[in-house]
Ligand binder design. Sequence first.
Ligand SMILES: Cc1ncc(COP(=O)(O)O)c(C=O)c1O
Length: 415
Amino acid sequence: MTKKTLPFTKVQIEKIIRDYPTPFHIYDEKAIRKNAKHLLKTFSWNKGFREFFAVKACPNPYILKILKEEGFGADCSSLPELLLAEKVGIVGEKIMFSSNETPAREYQKAVELGAIINLDDITHLQYLEKNAGLPGLICFRYNPGPLRRGNTIIGKPEEAKYGLTKEQLFKGYQIAKEKGVKRFGIHTMVASNELNPAYFIETAKMLLSLTNEISKKLSINFEFINIGGGIGIPYKLDQKAVNLETVSKGIKKLFQKSGKINNPKLKLYMENGRMITGPYGYLVTTALHKKEIYKNYIGVDACMANLMRPGMYGAYHHITVLGKEKAQKSQTYDVVGSLCENNDKFAIDRKLPKIETGDILVIHDTGAHGFAMGFNYNGKLRSAELLLKPDGKVIKIRRAETVEDYFSTLDFSKL
Ligand SMILES: Cc1ncc(COP(=O)(O)O)c(C=O)c1O
């Protein structure tokens, strides 16, 4: 069981709303820092351990800066994400560039920054060489295909577009070696929002065994294995957070066992997004309308533009009605946004206390893949992002979009 708590009170939120109208996402800095420290401490047995925060999960420079201060690198997959990392001073091998279908310009920027380049296909080796030159360190993304089961968000590995097959990996490292590359790493990412700790131990085992095979066959040494992101969070009350100690202990044992064959300095890398910031972000929204037809609806001022996960994957996000935390959940509502799309629903048939217009609703666990997935369909504007500082102050870390922003790529004067 997971308890859903809030780092602010109703009174505090009402005060914040006076300066920053709803909807907005608010992130809890203190909790993000505590969580980051815990992750690093748990894996500190591995001297080179690094977490490259998946920028796509929460692409805000203030959040990146916090994570940089805690010692994280950045996992980037596009030019803007590389630029964001650069802007907060995350450069060189503190960036893992894990992209796919990558344009030349993005590889050029990644090489310029000295990032670790993680190639998604064997043909990209040549493409990278031709367009940006080969760096001294190369990593390939492995897709184990039918050897591993995926999950609903990422799909089955053999149906996923990412990575190289096992045969291609051997060939890829061989070609890279022949071309003078001297440093190597390996990466995979086979599940998303996975709550079973054994899954990540299994992934490390798979990569360790593979690096042993490749090392022996090609006489190359691996500097790191990157087991990807994908550590899940308990969105639902009956789910349990992944026990990081269990994952760490399991992987440590594997490292100890394979230490003789493998390079003893082998580094363990991860690139989580969701588990780093997900539980520490909240979408705050106001109930605007109540509608009773064949079902009962609560219409709020946030919509899918602010949080797509429920509409896109049917994902559950817990909802708290501020000030009614202890009230009986006597009503059944669909909590909906204003898009002309019937899947613009934050909750379906959710048992909640009786809601009146003007009530403030907090949608939990929006700190990763929340704001970031926002879009402008229906002319809906993306919200502001706020940061709750450890001293209780609130700062704006992104303003809300305006109609001018929405029209900024149009030239009405040429009509
Ligand atoms: C290559 C890669 N790394 C890391 C992540 C982060 O995943 P999560 O936020 O689930 O940890 C993703 C998510 O899409 C990804 O595609």
